[in-house]
Design a protein around this ligand. Structure first.
Ligand SMILES: [Ca+2]
Ligand SMILES: [Ca+2]
Length: 306
């Protein structure tokens, strides 16, 4: 009921001035153009996650990373079942085993300890893409303090030159809103980052976009169309907004699907807004699961050489 009223309220605001919801940092319901996949694009790569284990010809784990912000990434937290890639997240009193520490002693990987565990998969080193449309269909993890995302990267992201053309982190969606906003949590954020993450860092966002169903229980698709001029972000095939700040990446990028917890050095210390510990209740929310039905990558028909 509150959500319905809020939608009407935001729709009225947008009638008066489309910029108002952004200015107030309220979410907006996408009302943009619809993507025409059949007409404009051709499927060039996908994973439907129909098997019983992760297809290692398509995805890797970046095994040299153990700590990630307030928790740990571990490949045992990733599985494929019932047509989904599942990235689990939960607190473990017993640390998981590091399968790589002995093989690569020079890597100085931080040790796994009791803490919050979850996972990440990436096509880094296996598949990179330049332009097209990239879509994930998924159910978001329903637990406070979680941060799930579908994103793209390349090494050029770290190159500080005043431009995003050499490489840009493209966050197709980020979900960190579960029970985190007074006006509702059924929304995701999209945005871009370039010129590294320290001095010189630049970024932009289209803000939050509302989802009409419950994204923690139902599937939705989140996508980005990427060409040499702009990124166009879609929710269920409807445009959420577009960005071109700093210039659009002109270099191939790899895909990532990840979950993480706020914090540092493997120790969780707060949720995104610094309001305290992760809420471990209700118990049925844990372990939380990020369920991904598919990832599909399309290329513009115009750019495919016949
Ligand atoms: Ca740059
Ligand atoms: Ca599937």
């Amino acid at each position: 009921m509150i959500k319905a009223l809020l939608e009407i309220f935001i729709a009225l605001l947008m009638l008066i001035n489309p910029q108002i919801p952004d200015a107030l940092d309220l979410g907006k319901i996408p009302h943009g153009k619809e993507i025409n996949l059949e007409e404009d694009f051709e499927l060039v790569w996908c994973d439907e996650f129909n098997g019983t284990e992760l297809d290692r010809s398509k995805w890797g784990f970046s095994w040299w990373i153990t700590e990630r912000k307030g928790g740990y990434w571990h490949e045992d937290m990733v599985s494929v079942k019932d047509g989904n890639l599942v990235i689990r997240a939960e607190y473990l009193d017993e640390p998981l085993e590091n399968y790589y520490a002995d093989k690569f002693p020079d890597m100085n990987m931080p040790e796994y300890k009791p803490g919050w565990y979850t996972g990440k998969v990436t096509t880094r080193g296996l598949h990179e893409f330049l332009y097209g449309y990239f879509e994930v269909r998924c159910i978001l993890p329903a637990a406070t303090g979680m941060w799930s995302a579908f994103w793209m990267m390349n090494e050029g992201v770290y190159n500080v030159d005043g431009s995003g053309k050499d490489g840009t982190e493209v966050d197709v969606f980020e979900s960190f809103n579960y029970k985190d906003h007074w006006w509702g949590n059924d929304c995701v954020t999209t945005g871009i980052h370039f010129d590294g993450y320290n001095e010189g860092h630049q970024g932009d966002t289209i803000g939050n976009a509302f989802i009409k169903n419950n994204p923690y229980e139902e599937y939705n698709t989140y996508g980005v169309e990427w060409n040499k001029d702009e990124y166009i972000f879609y929710l269920n095939g409807v445009e959420m907004g577009r960005l071109s700040t700093g210039g659009v990446s002109q270099n191939p990028e790899y895909l990532l699907l990840s979950c993480e917890f706020a914090g540092e050095n493997g120790v969780q210390f707060s949720d995104r807004h610094g309001t305290g510990e992760i809420d471990k209740t209700p118990e049925e929310n844990w372990p939380a699961e990020f369920k991904i039905d598919y990832v599909r990558c399309y290329q513009y028909k115009d750019l495919i050489e016949k």
